[in-house]
Design a protein around this ligand. Sequence first.
Ligand code: URA
Length: 227
Amino acid sequence: MARASLAAADPSDRPELALASARKGAADLDAVRKAAAGCRACDLWARATQTVFGSGPVPARLMLVGEQPGNDEDIKGEPFVGPSGDVLSRALDEAGIDRERAFVTNVVKHFKWKPTPGGKRRLHEKPNKAEVGACLPWVQTELELVRPEALVLLGATALGALAGPGFSVMRDRGRALDLPHARLVATTVHPSSILRAGAGREAAYLAFVADLRFVGRWLERPQTASA
Ligand code: URA
């Protein structure tokens, strides 16, 4: 599908059309981002401020995928710019990875939330299977366009959506997974789990940095034709 017709397509059909266009080399990130801004493939758009699409260079050697935007991301329109994003940025830095050079995104592009009992704050709600499925072509489209050498799946929602049910974050974290999306596919915890870790927060953070160091070392390895 041509770039112009993607934005003109029925809002519910856009994720699948974008993916088909990207696979044919007929879409670029700007066109896809514009089409995603009006996506209506599930109902989450109705209560969200905006679509939060991925951000970063295209192509990029590293792509990181989280679950869905949070309150701050929903307001600012950028992924990982709230408290979880602060943890992620600090950990990447400690792992020797330049966040600015990575493409950062989420599986689900709209903030799903419920009000706190007093109605003053918006509380994150986990996206369900149908919502993840409806949104999945967007992150698959990002993968097509970004073509990362290394892909990091942050937490169970990203791992389940892109790797399938045979994987577990805690069992499979910090090592290479046998998956076709990139030359290295790895998983680790979602940074929000560190914020919730209470007394174990420091240990959880250090383990997160260690997982990211594994990826950083892989990116820095000497390049060989077969590696
Ligand atoms: N959590 C995510 O998974 N993504 C964000 O962008 C922010 C919080």
